[in-house]
Design a protein around this ligand. Structure first.
Ligand code: ASP
Ligand code: MG
Length: 407
């Protein structure tokens, strides 16, 4: 049985006309596949409205009840859409996460999928040609409704594709794929035809919103090819898949940026064991995600530690540091919110040297000062003043030849 999973995002199901367009995509796919599992998001804006409603009712909405409420956005979508399929004489039925069930842990608001009852799904697929599944939701072992975090329908879709052995998981959205960088700030940004899971993970972690990050982790783990494409065109989109030699031949695949950064420096700390643990321990206890960390070499037994965090965590971080710094004997705590990071990403970096040198040279030519640097096997990240982000992105895009159309 050839099964295809197709997921449609909130803008794709926002109106009757758009849902009719989605029905066309599904019925076309039925010519090529025996069975289709359609995963839907809530209609654009519905999830936000439901969350707002919860906030009006309660100053601190109960997490489990909030999930029950917010999950209704997807319930509306699947009810409405399945009606349309039936009107076109397509054998279809809707399914909530709890009806399958898609079992998750009990982290309400950001639950993780534990298991999917694929036997039940295969049974239904014997009776129906299309199953329309509510994305973003599951339920605990004892039957309480959970949600998977904002944007979580992508993860529902990839998990279903993995559980059913779907040939591919198509993620339909309002853009026609993954771009070499943000087309809003770089007019020569190009759509990428194929991208490796690792690269996509790095792009997503930098805030490229096209895929829910956990969906990419899932796809990589279970080797599900994911195709990101537009509901409104016939473009084949971008295939997110396993790395191959053609990808390695490309030095840099994309340039990503993240303005949501703040930098904190502790000056003149004693250079003795335990200092870093004393700085970062309390931050991790509060769930504050520290990203880049730099410790200077010791000068006369003293050192500076600088790190970055998401901007919204700055206030809490400074409060924690106000407590930690005097205990450690730091001279002062400095911070800066007008910073942003820019990354060049590509699996090709593993086998080629010189990416860092080229990055620095390109920025130097424009007089952009580099505040911090961090590297991994497939990524080089620099922290710069926020006002230079757009310029830096365009320069690096050009430096690594991303505006050349190689196809
Ligand atoms: N409706 C949910 C959200 O807006 C899940 C999704 O669309 O993927 O976050
Ligand atoms: Mg989304």
């Amino acid at each position: 049985m050839k099964i295809l999973v197709q997921k449609f995002g909130g803008t794709s199901v926002a109106t009757l006309e758009r849902m009719q367009k989605v029905r066309e995509k599904v019925s076309n796919a039925l010519r090529r596949f025996n069975k289709i599992v359609v995963v839907l998001s809530a209609r654009a804006g519905d999830t936000n409205n439901l969350l707002q409603l919860a906030g009006q009712w309660s100053p601190a909405p109960d997490k489990a009840e909030c999930d029950l409420l917010v999950s209704t956005g997807e319930q509306m979508s699947i009810g409405l859409f399945t009606m349309l399929l039936k009107d076109a004489d397509i054998r279809a039925r809707s399914l909530l996460g709890s009806q399958i069930p898609i079992t998750t842990d009990d982290s309400f608001g950001c639950a993780r999928i534990l298991e999917i009852n694929s036997a039940a799904l295969l049974d239904w697929l014997n009776q129906y040609d299309v199953l329309v599944v509510a994305g973003f939701q599951g339920c605990t072992i004892d039957g309480r409704v959970t949600t998977l975090g904002r944007g979580g329908s992508d993860t529902s879709a990839v998990a279903l594709a993995a559980a059913l052995g779907s040939v591919e998981c198509e993620i339909y959205t309002d853009v026609d794929g993954v771009y070499t960088t943000d087309p809003n700030i770089c007019s020569s940004a190009r759509k990428i035809d194929r991208i490796a899971y690792n690269e996509m993970l790095e792009m997503a972690s930098m805030g490229a919103k096209v895929l829910h990050i956990r969906s990419v982790e899932f796809a990589q783990k279970y080797r599900v090819p994911v195709r990101v494409r537009s509901t409104f065109t016939d473009d084949p989109g971008t295939l997110v898949t396993q790395e191959d030699s053609t990808m390695e031949a490309v030095l840099v695949s994309g340039i990503a940026y993240d303005r949501d950064q703040a930098r904190v420096t502790l000056r003149d700390l004693p250079d003795v064991p335990g200092v870093a643990a004393a700085v970062f321990g309390p931050l991790s206890e509060k769930g504050i995600l520290v990203d880049m960390i730099v410790q200077n070499t010791s000068l006369g037994g003293h050192t500076d530690i600088t790190f970055t965090i998401p901007r919204k965590e700055l206030k809490q971080t400074l409060e924690i540091m106000a407590n930690v710094a005097p205990k450690l004997g730091a001279a002062e705590v400095l911070h800066d919110v007008n910073v942003a990071k820019v990354s060049a990403i590509g699996v090709g970096m593993r086998n080629h040297s010189g990416v860092a040198a080229r990055t620095f040279a390109a920025l130097t030519k424009e007089g952009i000062n580099i505040l911090m640097i961090s590297t991994s096997e497939i990524k080089i990240t620099i922290l710069i003043q926020e006002k230079y982000v757009e310029l830096a992105v365009r320069i690096l895009h050009d430096t690594f030849g991303l505006d050349w159309d190689l196809s």
